[in-house]
Design a protein around this ligand. Structure first.
Ligand SMILES: [Zn+2]
Length: 64
């Protein structure tokens, strides 16, 4: 599995690019906080899309 995003070259953690999947990354950081902030519905919509995208990327990496 590549550690760098094929789209932008940023670091990738477990299929998540810190740039393309910024909301997912923020959500993970936030979940690690002692007192997580409330996020908007739009934010979680983006996170849900990015989860699917990251999953597809992981599948793609496995094939290549
Ligand atoms: Zn990227």
């Amino acid at each position: 599995m590549s550690n760098y995003c094929p789209d932008c070259g940023c670091k990738v953690y477990n299929g998540h690019c810190v740039n393309c999947h910024e909301e997912t990354y923020i959500a993970q950081q936030n979940a690690d906080n002692d007192e997580p902030c409330a996020m908007s519905k739009e934010f979680w919509d983006k996170v849900a899309k990015q989860q699917i995208e990251a999953h597809e990327r992981r599948q793609g990496y496995l094939r290549s």
